[in-house]
Design a protein around this ligand. Sequence first.
Ligand code: 5RP
Length: 223
Amino acid sequence: MELKRIVGYEAAKLVKDGDIVGLGTGSTTHYFIKKLGERVKKDEIEVMGIPTSYQSFFLAKESGIPVTTLNEHDIDIAVDGADEVDPDLNLIKGGGAAHTMEKIVDGSAVRFVVIVDSSKIVDQLGSMPVPVEVIPDAMRVVQRNIEIIGGAPALRMAERKDGPVITDNGNFVLDVAFEEIGNPWDLEVELNSIPGVVENGLFTGLADEVLVGKDGKVETLKR
Ligand code: 5RP
């Protein structure tokens, strides 16, 4: 948690007065939003946030950050966490089932900054399954099509195991394991071309920089 706090706080320094800020989702972004809220409350900067989930919406409100929408404003900087980061700064996201809105917000920002602790840095994506948001009625058909392209899908269940996780958009999430992800760029497009898939958690070519918390310090990786 300490490394997540350090990178979250560091990222809050990157936000400038007047910025429209994409607010990511997750435990690392939590620290970013809290620190950004402190800067706003101290009148250091005036910003507006565009949340990527209900979780970040409520946290932004609680932290004193005014919120707006993508239909009203463009994003100057987005800050978000990730589950895996490869050497080309491609990502797997969606551990929190928020990857659809995250890709829309992060992908539209002029500057997209990823914040992670060093445990998220990998040589190749794919140790964790790729989250895929699906329309509930399409689940079985999507599962079948995913198996045809070599994936092993598992419906993500709620913690109490009494039903599936439901996304902010009212959909299910399939966690899809692959033996190897040789080409994340192609796989991202291939998964999204299956009818019933809303969005998948591969984020290729989107991140501009990654702040990595390691040994109590922050390192910056750039493309
Ligand atoms: C949510 C995400 C998160 O950004 C990702 O899961 C990282 O989370 P954390 O900062 O809690 O490790 O993609 O959908």
